[in-house]
Design a protein. Structure first.
Length: 112
């Protein structure tokens, strides 16, 4: 779903995989993070066993985006499914600088 307000930003859900893959591209910030939160909430309601959050196409990642990902991880734990985060270099940098890696399931799998 491309966003008209934020050119270059999109969220795509690939449900063809064994686990739904949420593919995010562009800048994930205060303006765009709510869109990701809405998509992840909708997926949680489908009761998956695993969701892959593919952030390899994210070029900018701020604290509001990190908050959405941490909230989604908490929701995954409460609803008993795995949320696997595949970070870009920009996302990895924020995860490392904030020290939250221990609270996330970070995987280095290539995008499908």
């Amino acid at each position: 779903m491309p966003s008209p307000e934020t050119p270059g930003f999109s969220i795509k859900i690939d449900a063809e995989q064994t686990a739904p893959r949420v593919i995010v591209t562009g800048e994930l910030d205060l303006l765009t993070s709510p869109q990701l939160k809405d998509q992840l909430t909708a997926l949680t309601e489908q009761k998956p066993t695993r969701v892959v959050l593919d952030l390899t196409g994210v070029s900018f990642f701020d604290s509001s985006a990190l908050n959405v990902v941490l909230h989604a991880q908490r929701e995954a734990g409460e609803h008993k499914f795995e949320l696997a985060v595949v970070p870009s270099a920009a996302v990895s940098r924020v995860i490392d600088l904030t020290g939250v890696a221990e609270h996330l399931t970070v995987v280095r799998e290539p995008p499908a």
